[in-house]
Write a protein that binds this ligand. Sequence first.
Ligand SMILES: Nc1nc2c(ncn2[C@@H]2O[C@H](COP(=O)(O)OP(=O)(O)OP(=O)(O)O)[C@@H](O)[C@H]2O)c(=O)[nH]1
Ligand SMILES: [Mg+2]
Length: 198
Amino acid sequence: MIINNTDIAITAVSPKNFPSDSLPEVAFVGKSNVGKSSLINAMLGRKRLARTSRQPGKTRTINFFHVEKKIYFVDLPGYGYARVSKSESEKWGEMVEGYLKKRPQLKRIFLLLDIRHEPSANDKMLFEWITHYNLPFTIVATKSDKITRAQLQKHLAIIRRALGTDEPPIPFSSETKQNRDTLWSIILESCDYNDENF
Ligand SMILES: Nc1nc2c(ncn2[C@@H]2O[C@H](COP(=O)(O)OP(=O)(O)OP(=O)(O)O)[C@@H](O)[C@H]2O)c(=O)[nH]1
Ligand SMILES: [Mg+2]
C-alpha cells in the first residue's frame, strides 16, 4: 500500500474539536510508549508525521490524521504513564472514553500491546471496556522485532490468555513493517473501502 496524501488534520482536547465531517475513523489505543504513533507513521509511510519519543507520555492530545482524504487515523494519548497525577489520568479517561464511546464513524479500535510483556491491569480494563461496549477491535502485538521467531507463538498465547480472548493478536513492527499489509486490509475492510475505491 502506497499512501500519497496524509496530513495532521486536527489536534483535539475535547469533543468540540473533533472533525465534523463524517469520514470513517480508526483509532489506536494502548499504554504510553507501546508504539501507537510509530505504527501510524509506519502505516502511512511517513517518518515523523505522528510525533514519537523514547519517553512515555509523548502524545497528550487526540490527533486526527487525514489519510487520502478518505479515512482519519486517530492517535490517542497513552495510559499507564507513572508520572502523571491522578487528576491527569482521570482526564485521560474522560477524554479517551468520551471519544471511543460517542463516535458513530469510529469503525475499529486497534488495541496495541507490547509483544514482550504480559498485559497490565490497565490493558485488561481497556479490553474489557471495549468488549463491554461491543466496539469492533483488533489486538496488535507491537515491537515484534524485539523477540525471536521461536518466541513468537508463546508471547501471543500469553497475551490471549491474559485478556481471556480467542482473538489472535497480530504481531507488528514499525521497524521491519511486519504485517503492515495485514493491518491495511483490516482497515480498508472496516471502513468499507477496497483496492478499487480507496
Ligand atoms: N524496536 C521497536 N521500537 C519501537 C517500535 N514501535 C515503537 N518503538 C519505539 O518505542 C518508543 C515509543 O514509541 P511511540 O510510537 O512514541 O509510542 P506511543 O504509544 O505513541 O507513546 P505515547 O505517545 O507516549 O502514548 C519509541 O522510542 C519508538 O521508536 C517497534 O515496532 N520496534
Ligand atoms: Mg504517541
